[in-house]
Design a protein around this ligand. Structure first.
Ligand code: MSP
Length: 501
């Protein structure tokens, strides 16, 4: 039985089109999913849309749509189409207005209620519809506004159902203590521990004033609080309440990716909900940072919202993937800029990698009749490199994984400069074959390691090196593999045509 690997992205609100920040999380998830598949795991990669929010209603109204569901269907289709255009290999796309999600939510609610963890109470509080969350006065800025949305929260007073979150305080702390890998990066652990220790309160999980959403089972006059409903997507997508076998096969998730803005929901409320429903807790929640655009917050009013699809069309999907992983340390805040993307595209992809591939392939044609020569020395193995690379990828340290790969790109470039194969050819030196072999061998390993990160580029490299189409997995002996002497190389094609000149 292959090991299973279940990973999730947040489900996105559909009041807006996907921007580069949303694409970031989803692209990283795709890199992880592809990596795990190549190692032989059976992967389930879930993403989707969060539709039962007041934001959906507001957006539909703003767009002049009379039928909210129809509006939502159109927006959800746009989100799914965006991920497809970026070639993201998600296994399923969950929508919280799907009936299978509704079934899962009802079953989940029933379990938690049976535990005695849901009670009726009155809620009075300041609510920000932008965040879909209640605020304490101390959380607001000096103007009394939500610091994120810069608008005054509404005072809400109503009958609500509450989830006994505080009952799980000790259990949550004990779980986090016993599972150091649960909250990542580890720098976020203290923030969560502090929150659970000092600020945890029972949460209201229903809304009386809202109409759009999943009705509270047993009290149709209220709808479920969007977060209580939305978090359940992570299990409804694999069949909780509808496909028991699949649910058992994939749960608990190996990793749930989230932005740092929503880590509390995922590391306190969600695990407590799961404890209440007697369901296992995911292995890891990884919170990445937020990025600005050219140093500024991304916002419609500033007009600096970056569209992932047009960016990928201009620079290629692979270059966008490369840039996001290379420029922004996963787990930390960063800055996105098209200018930096263009520089890295030209320097690191065009010059360092693209030119290298083209020179190596052209030289095999020119000096070796288009055939990989025989190596005159024992070819160095790549086992240590693969160990480094795999270890980095498992830890989501993409910076380290890329630097391991680029060490070989630079070494190969140096080898060409130092060995000057054209001079060896002129002198009839038999070392020529060895040099050409070692270069091609290095590039083959570089290409294999790039498969999850830049799948199109890696496939083109393998084709040009004559290695054929990449397999579904790397195979067990990839670390010790060497390119075959006598293998015919393919035609040379430019991988990254110059941009901006
Ligand atoms: N619907 C909730 C999540 C529910 S999950 C059960 C939500 N949706 S969202 O549409 O606002 O998307 C949030 C996610 O988008 C963030 O957690 C983060 O992963 C990503 N990002 C949005 N803007 C971003 C940046 N500027 N930078 C990096 N990631 C960003 O919250």
């Amino acid at each position: 039985m292959p090991k299973t690997y279940f990973l999730t992205t947040p489900i996105y609100y559909i009041n807006d089109r996907p921007h580069i920040g949303h694409a970031y999380t989803t692209i990283v998830a795709d890199v992880i999913a592809r990596f795990q598949r190549l190692t032989g795991a059976e992967v389930f990669f879930a993403t989707g849309t969060d539709e039962n929010s007041q934001k959906s209603v507001d957006a539909a109204q703003k767009a002049g749509a009379t039928d909210i569901q129809q509006y939502i269907d159109g927006m959800a289709a746009q989100w799914e189409a965006t991920w497809r255009e970026l070639d993201l290999t998600f296994s399923d796309f969950i929508r919280t207005t799907h009936s299978r999600h509704l079934t899962a939510v009802r079953e989940f609610f029933r379990r938690v209620e049976a535990k005695g963890d849901i009670y009726e109470g009155e809620y009075v509080g300041l609510y920000c519809t932008g965040c879909e969350a209640f605020y304490r006065t101390s959380d607001l800025n000096e103007a009394g506004e939500c610091p994120l949305h810069r608008r005054k929260p509404e005072m809400i007073r109503e009958k609500n159902y509450f989830f006994r979150l505080t009952k799980y305080r000790d259990a949550l702390l004990a779980y986090i203590e016993a599972h150091p890998e649960f909250i990542q990066p580890t720098s976020r652990r203290n923030e969560i521990i502090n929150y659970i220790t000092n600020h945890l309160e029972d949460v209201s999980i229903s809304r009386q004033s809202q109409k759009w959403g999943i009705p509270v089972p047993g009290d149709e006059s209220q709808v479920l609080y969007v977060w209580f409903d939305a978090l359940i997507n992570y299990i409804s997508v694999i069949g909780f309440g509808t496909d028991d076998a699949q649910f058992k096969k994939f749960w608990p998730a190996q990793v749930q990716l989230v932005g740092k803005d929503i880590i509390k929901f995922h590391c306190a409320l969600w695990p407590a909900m799961l404890m209440a429903a007697d369901i296992a807790i995911p292995e890891r929640v990884f919170a990445h940072g937020f990025f600005t655009i050219d140093g500024q917050k991304m916002s419609k009013s500033l007009g600096n919202v970056v569209d992932p699809v047009t960016t990928a069309q201009k620079y290629t999907k692979d270059a966008l993937r490369y840039f996001l992983l290379r420029e922004i340390t996963f787990g930390e805040d960063g800055d996105f800029s098209l200018q930096k993307l263009e520089t890295r595209y030209n320097d690191e992809l065009g010059n360092a990698l693209g030119n290298l591939v083209s020179r190596v392939v052209v030289m095999q044609h020119k000096f070796s009749a288009g055939v990989i020569p025989v190596c005159g020395v024992p070819a160095p193995d790549f086992e240590a490199t693969w160990t480094h690379y795999r270890d980095a990828m498992e830890r989501f340290d993409f910076t380290a994984a890329l630097s391991t790969i680029w060490d070989h790109v630079h070494a190969a470039n140096r080898m060409i400069t130092e060995e000057k194969p054209w001079e060896l050819a002129k002198a009839g030196d038999e070392r020529l074959g060895t040099v050409l072999y070692l270069l091609a061998d290095t590039l083959m390993h570089v290409a294999y390691m790039l498969l999850p990160i830049m799948p199109e580029t890696a496939a083109k490299m393998l084709e040009q090196l004559g290695c054929g189409a990449p397999g579904a997995t790397w195979g067990e002996d990839i670390d010790r593999a060497h390119i075959a002497s006598g293998q015919r190389v393919g035609e040379s094609h430019i991988l990254f045509p110059k941009i901006g000149e």
